[in-house]
Design a protein around this ligand. Structure first.
Ligand SMILES: Nc1ncnc2c1ncn2[C@@H]1O[C@H](COP(=O)(O)OP(=O)(O)OP(=O)(O)O)[C@@H](O)[C@H]1O
Length: 240
């Protein structure tokens, strides 16, 4: 679904990604983890076209999307959510969903039954809030709206940047169920997440970044037991 080869992204002299190569398989939920500052958000921002690439290539399915404009990458089938949802508080849920639907209209056939704002809102548990203003939504409902907005782009691949941040245990369980429902619609998913119970519960595979480089990849249990991964998170001497 997604192939990243030798990706390098720099902020001045700092290489936030340093020759990263990895592949995301179609039909899987992949966890993208790593300590703070390891390059996770930079990777999502670059793949979705919001940061310039210094070196390397990004392919979505077989299409080379390296350096392409974000709106064109969305049309190619990649949508993302943001760690901090930002929606105009005066707009209703219906209005917020209508914009990407208009935009991604050509590709609607990708998600049968999810080609209008009401259906997407209902799918994401926002049916009763359809005509409510976003400024009145709870943190959990804003997280749902963030996913709904991405679904309105009719993606093949969805990148979720900390979709559970700031939620209670109960609410995060609800959002995890929504992510499973999205996956069951045939959408491949990449999740950036600090909560390991989310990774072990949802993900088929995990990719670990550290200092802008690929540190490990594989099945969640094996990767989380890996000595180098534990050391990256906990520090030398605390990883036994
Ligand atoms: N816009 C920017 N300008 C300068 N440096 C940046 C910028 N964005 C990120 N960085 C730096 O690039 C590195 C990778 O940051 P990034 O935000 O991608 O890490 P992350 O793994 O997503 O971290 P976190 O888990 O804290 O969100 C860090 O050293 C960070 O300080």
């Amino acid at each position: 679904m997604l192939s990243i080869r030798d990706l390098t992204v720099a902020f001045g002299g700092l290489k936030a990604l340093d020759g990263v190569s990895l592949s995301i398989a179609a039909g899987e939920i992949t966890g993208l983890i790593g300590p703070n500052g390891s390059g996770k958000s930079t990777l999502v921002n670059t793949v979705s076209g919001q940061l310039p690439v210094r070196g390397g290539r990004v392919h979505l399915e077989r299409e080379d999307v390296t350096g392409r404009r974000p709106d064109l990458i969305v049309r190619s089938g990649l949508a993302r959510t943001y760690q901090i949802p930002r929606v105009p508080p005066a707009l209703t849920v219906e209005e917020v969903l209508s914009v990407p639907l208009l935009y991604a209209g050509r590709e609607r056939h990708r998600l049968e039954g999810l080609d209008n704002a009401a259906a997407i809102a209902a799918f994401c548990g926002l049916g009763p809030l359809f005509r409510r203003r976003c400024g009145d939504l709870s943190v959990t409902d804003l997280r749902r709206l963030e996913i709904a907005r991405a679904l309105a782009c009719a993606p093949k691949l969805l990148l979720l940047d900390e979709a559970m941040a700031g939620l209670s245990h109960e609410d995060s369980v609800d959002v995890m169920a929504l992510i499973r429902d999205v996956h069951a619609r045939g959408i491949s998913i990449v999740i950036i997440e600090h909560l390991m119970r989310v990774i072990t519960t949802l993900c088929h595979r995990v990719v670990v970044l550290n200092n802008g480089r690929l540190l490990a990849e594989g099945a969640p249990a094996a990767v989380l037991a890996d000595g180098a991964v534990r050391e990256a998170y906990l520090g030398k001497g605390f990883a036994q």
